[in-house]
Design a protein around this ligand. Structure first.
Ligand code: F6P
Length: 455
């Protein structure tokens, strides 16, 4: 009998947990006597005359290049998507048929799931979730139906019908990649704090997440003084007052700002460009710098000259964009474990003959974390769009400009055991291995390229 064959691709922005998820997929497939073909560079792989692929489990054993403890994706990723009525769809359909797949697992976030929709009409498709932004999922099951289009507008606005939620209501509690991003952010803030303290400066730290404030919320572990999230329009008067108050007392302040933060009139604080994914995502840049300029203009030199012996406001601020370090490097224990569990769950869904389903991670205080699944349709608003999940209003306290009690309750189950001892030991043993001074970096891309076959 012919062995079953599934495909896997990784699309959208990478995360440190992608290899762990692919690993979970391949290990579960080995158990089920199923071949796994890795498609190179996301949906782009399906658009050429030939499809670049790697057999990830020859003779049902996982290839050694696939290491769940290494960040990124050995399959490569792209933000290339195919629209259902585009001219490329014919080629994609033909290629999918040629691959003779029993199912395709797309590892990705909201852009990837939107991009998966036309493919699901050709081949059974399942999504294994990933995104550092933690924005794939819902605050409560009925949330997609709470999007409203006002005055016949094209764009929709979320009007949450649930004023409070329970942790158990959250659909897809956390996505692999998020915990590592928060780990990186918390470390960076620890380091920023002491230099801000020493030099009596105001540090503004810009973190990723687009229009979702989860990474900013998670930064609370490093105890920043103020957290600003994209979900709550910036109140500059309140912010200036609080920075002045803190600066008088502690002679420095640390402010975390989510990159997608907005002014009350809806304008983005940083520059925003359109990105290429079908979820309509935007690329943000510069919210931290813009905020620093605004605060300098408002606060003027007086308070800084007094406390910093004559130094002006301009040199009393510094901004630090944590940037792509949030997405790279070794995944922490939570992401490795649940990334591979969700990969395994996706294989189970494909084997059960499901299509257009999403593997999900649920939480309950009784059972802890468990994998489950949901039809992608349950994520759609009445017009068929899948939106990025934003913080539920109860997770943030806008009076304190910090996380709320419920925000704290939300983070605790993820981070109580998220970091393994090896995540910390790694720096000592691997980063400062004496061999690193003599050996060049060996990129996995070189070995993987030798395994690529054009089908
Ligand atoms: O969606 C993940 C993410 O890292 C966002 O947090 C960020 O805004 C964006 O991707 C950056 O994308 P790129 O790598 O294309 O600049």
């Amino acid at each position: 009998m012919k062995r079953k064959r599934i495909g896997v691709l990784t699309a959208g922005g990478d995360t440190p947990a992608l290899n762990a998820t692919i690993y979970g997929i391949v290990e579960e497939a080995n158990r089920r006597d199923t071949e796994v073909l890795g498609l190179i560079r996301g949906y782009a792989s399906l658009m050429g005359e030939q499809v670049p692929t790697i057999l990830l489990n020859p003779l049902l054993s996982t290839i050694p290049e696939l290491d769940p403890c290494v960040g990124g994706t050995i399959l490569g990723s792209s933000r290339t998507y195919v629209a259902p009525d585009s001219p490329e769809m014919g080629r994609v359909t033909e290629n999918l048929k040629r691959l003779e797949l029993d199912g395709l697992i797309c590892v990705g976030g909201d852009g990837t799931i939107n991009g998966m929709q036309p493919l699901a009409d050709v081949t059974p498709c399942v999504l294994a979730p990933k995104t550092i932004d933690n924005d794939l999922g819902l605050n409560y099951a009925d949330e997609p139906n709470d999007w409203r289009r006002l005055n016949g507008e094209e764009t929709a606005e979320l009007q949450p019908s649930r004023r409070s939620i329970r942790l158990e209501d959250i659909v897809n509690y956390a996505t692999p990649g998020f915990a590592t991003a928060v780990f990186v952010v918390a470390h960076s803030i620890d380091r920023i704090r002491t230099t801000a303290e020493s030099h009596r400066r105001v540090a503004i730290v810009e973190v990723m997440g687009r229009k979702s404030g989860y990474i900013a919320l998670g930064s609370a572990y490093a105890q920043p003084d103020i957290i600003l999230v994209p979900e709550v329009p910036l109140n500059l008067d309140q912010l200036e007052q609080e920075v002045r108050r803190l600066y008088e007392i502690q002679h420095h302040a640390v402010i975390v700002v989510g990159e997608g933060v907005r002014l009350p009139d809806g304008t983005d604080l940083g520059a925003a460009e359109k990105s290429f994914d079908p979820a309509g995502n935007i690329r943000f840049d510069g919210a931290g710098d813009a905020l620093a300029t605004m605060l300098q203009d408002r606060m003027q030199d007086g308070i800084f000259e007094r406390i910093r012996f004559g130094e002006p406001a301009k040199s009393s601020f510094f901004t630090r964009k944590i940037g792509h370090t949030q997405r790279g490097g070794r995944p922490v224990q939570f992401d490795r474990y649940y990334g591979s569990q969700l990969g395994g769950k996706a294989v189970e869904l494909v084997a059960a003959g499901d299509s257009n389903q999403v593997a999900m991670l649920q939480y309950s205080s009784k059972n802890g974390f468990e994998t489950s699944s949901l039809s992608a349709n349950r994520l759609r608003d009445p017009w068929g769009n899948i939106h990025a999940r934003t913080l539920h209003p109860t997770m943030y306290d806008s009076e304190r400009m910090h996380l709320s009690d419920f925000g704290r309750a939300y983070l605790q189950p993820i981070f109580t055991n998220a970091i393994g001892w090896d995540d910390v030991e790694f720096t000592r043993a691997e980063t400062f291995s004496p061999g690193n001074l003599t050996n060049r970096f060996q990129s996995v891309n070189v070995d993987v390229a030798k395994r690529i076959r054009q089908l």
